[in-house]
Design a protein around this ligand. Structure first.
Ligand SMILES: Cc1cc2nc3c(=O)[nH]c(=O)nc-3n(C[C@H](O)[C@H](O)[C@H](O)COP(=O)(O)O)c2cc1C
Length: 361
């Protein structure tokens, strides 16, 4: 700033040539860029708001996933320095209770529960979460206003998953502690707007100052770095963890997904609940019905009950619903949750070192 004032005054009094003024202005600009990068460096070094909020080492969250994220996966992720989430969406309240208790025995690190707000016995489930003294809840598929304050009054941190900036501002009104922005690439249920992660994060960043967690198509250190450049401070990863050793998905489902290529997943069932599905006999039947203009009730009747359990958990690759994200095309082998986190962190730090070296930091 001082340099800037001196250059302006000296320039005005013709004490400096035009070339000298340009040189000093560029230098000033470089100093400004450097100081901005230094200010935000803590976020890139992973000593950021997401790590402090959950008291975790790495800002990597394992998304709650029906039929995949039980206590084995959640505790393995938390033990490896991320945040594991139990996926309550596919558990009866008593099953969730068992998983919470097993998770507590398996790790003394923080973990949380993901609750889709469309859950039928939601009151019972939330009472159980409070009684079990779970400290972190990620809600999705519903209105964040309904539960946020009640949970926060019990000392629980609440994060809500959104797919648009409109819903992000609803989260801000509801007073959540952080937001997950989940893009079109993601496995599981998806937003109707079909906004990709690359477009969603910067748009949401402009609408709120809350800590953001990026989700959808993230599975490497470089994609985590990209999300951070766009304004996220954490990442929520589903697909890559769904295909790890500790995931409770069937081996048949995992092996099927290892062989999927680009274009082998599609967003279907938009009239019911937009869901990204791997191509199989079931998804082809859905596609055919949709192209023939099937109504919501026809699609619901065809879907029936328990399709996701059939596909993901029981490994029925023909009639089951196989929920998985686009990034499955980049995953071709089974790893442990610990290996996944290590790989991401190593790659992330390599890129960070390169950037720092280039910027002379
Ligand atoms: C098999 C599967 C099941 C999922 N189930 C849920 C769920 O129950 N609740 C939820 O909020 N998100 C669910 N998701 C979304 C994940 O939590 C996460 O946000 C998403 O997978 C991130 O994108 P990615 O798949 O590209 O990593 C699911 C995803 C998958 C792949």
């Amino acid at each position: 700033m001082i340099l800037y004032v001196v250059v302006v005054i000296a320039g005005g009094k013709k004490l400096l040539s035009r070339k000298q003024i340009i040189f000093f202005s560029c230098y000033q600009n470089k100093l400004h860029i450097r100081s901005c990068f230094q200010k935000s460096l803590n976020a890139y070094l992973m000593q950021n708001r997401i790590c402090s909020l959950f008291n975790i080492k790495y800002p990597i969250i394992q998304g709650g996933m029906v039929w995949c994220s039980g206590w084995k996966l959640a505790s393995a992720v938390s033990e490896a320095g991320g945040l594991g989430l139990l996926g309550a969406g596919s558990m009866h309240p008593e099953t969730l209770k068992e998983h919470i208790q097993k998770c507590k025995r398996a790790t003394d690190k923080p973990f949380g529960v993901n609750v889709p707000l469309s859950y039928p016995q939601i009151d019972e489930l939330m009472d159980l979460i409070i009684a079990e003294k779970v400290k972190i809840v990620f809600t999705s598929a519903g209105n964040p206003k309904l539960w946020t304050k009640k949970l926060q009054n019990e000392g629980i941190k609440v994060v809500h998953v959104v797919s648009s900036s409109y819903f992000a501002s609803k989260c801000e009104d509801a007073g959540v502690d952080a937001i997950v922005c989940e893009g079109f690439e993601a496995g599981g249920h998806n937003g109707r707007e079909e906004t990709t992660t690359l477009c969603l994060i910067p748009t949401v960043r402009k609408t709120t100052s809350l800590p953001l967690i990026a989700a959808g198509g993230i599975g490497s250190g470089s994609s985590m770095m990209a999300a951070f450049c766009l304004g996220a401070e954490g990442v929520q990863i589903g697909t890559r963890f769904a295909l790890t050793k500790e995931s409770s998905a069937s081996d048949a489902f995992k092996n099927y997904c290892f062989n999927l290529k680009e274009g082998d997943t599609k967003l279907l069932l938009k009239k019911v609940m937009p869901t990204r599905l791997a191509r199989n006999h079931f998804s082809e039947q859905v596609e055919e019905k949709e192209s023939q203009g099937a109504s919501e009730s026809e699609l619901r009747a065809f879907l029936g009950r328990g399709r996701a359990k059939k596909g993901i958990f029981e490994g029925d690759l023909i009639e089951g619903e196989l929920e998985i994200g686009q990034i499955t095309a980049q995953i071709n082998r089974m790893q442990s949750a610990q290996e996944v986190i290590n790989e991401i962190i190593v790659e992330y730090n390599e890129i960070l070192q390169q950037v720092k070296a280039e910027k002379g930091l």
